[in-house]
Every structure is written in C-alpha cells, then in structure tokens.
Design a protein. Structure first.
Length: 128
C-alpha cells in the first residue's frame, strides 16, 4: 500500500536543460545558432545565460562568460554593419560577423562536448 496521498500532486521535475550545467550551455549555443532563422531565440539564450551564470561552477562558468560576450559583441558588430551598409562595406562586415558568430558557437559546442572550458572566454576573437 502506498503512503502518498492521491490528492497531492507529484513534485514537478525541472527539465535538465534549464538547470545550470553542460546541457544548459549546449542549449544556449543552439539557441544562438537558430537565431539566424528565428531571431528571437538569441534573446532567450542570453536571458538563460544571465540567469544561470555563477550557479554552475567549474569549467562551465567560462562558457557562460563566453556566451554572454558572444551575444553582446555580435550585437555591436551587427549594429556597426547596419550603419555601414550605406557605404557598402557593411554587407561584407555583416557576412564576417555572421561567420564569426557561427564559429564561436561551433567552438563552444565542441568544447562542451569534450568537457573543456573556453581557454579565453573574454576574447573578442574566437576565444581559443
């Protein structure tokens, strides 16, 4: 016979991908990459990164720093690209920004897959 009360609902299990850690970091990288198709996902990613920064500890913390900087630096580069589009160099800069953004996400995903920190998470370049 069970000792649990049938009237009391079971405690809700939080999905692993929302908790600070490697899985959460992978989700944020994927949200960033999906933002090329659905722009709003990058905003969801940065919010999750800020919420979980400082909670995971260890090597995962370098990824949160890297993710937050990737968002803001990418936004800055994107804004500069839009301003320079009238001089036509902005188109080239926008393409370079997209390549830079994708490269940072791929490098981060590979490092998470290996269980390694980002070597230089505060870098403006690729962080390797």
């Amino acid at each position: 016979m069970s000792t649990t009360d049938p009237q009391t609902p079971a405690p809700r299990q939080t999905d692993r991908w929302l908790e600070p850690g490697p899985t959460n970091v992978q989700v944020i990288y994927i949200l960033y990459l999906v933002s090329f198709v659905v722009g709003i996902t990058a905003i969801a990613g940065i919010v999750i990164a800020y919420i979980n920064r400082g909670k995971a500890g260890g090597w995962v913390e370098s990824h949160y720093t890297y993710l937050i900087r990737t968002f803001w630096i990418g936004l800055l580069y994107g804004f500069i690209s839009v301003l320079l589009v009238f001089v036509l160099v902005g188109i080239l800069l926008a393409f370079a920004t997209a390549v830079w953004f994708i490269a940072r996400c791929v490098i981060g995903l590979q490092a998470v897959g290996r269980g390694e920190p980002i070597k230089n998470p505060e870098s403006w370049m690729l962080g390797t």
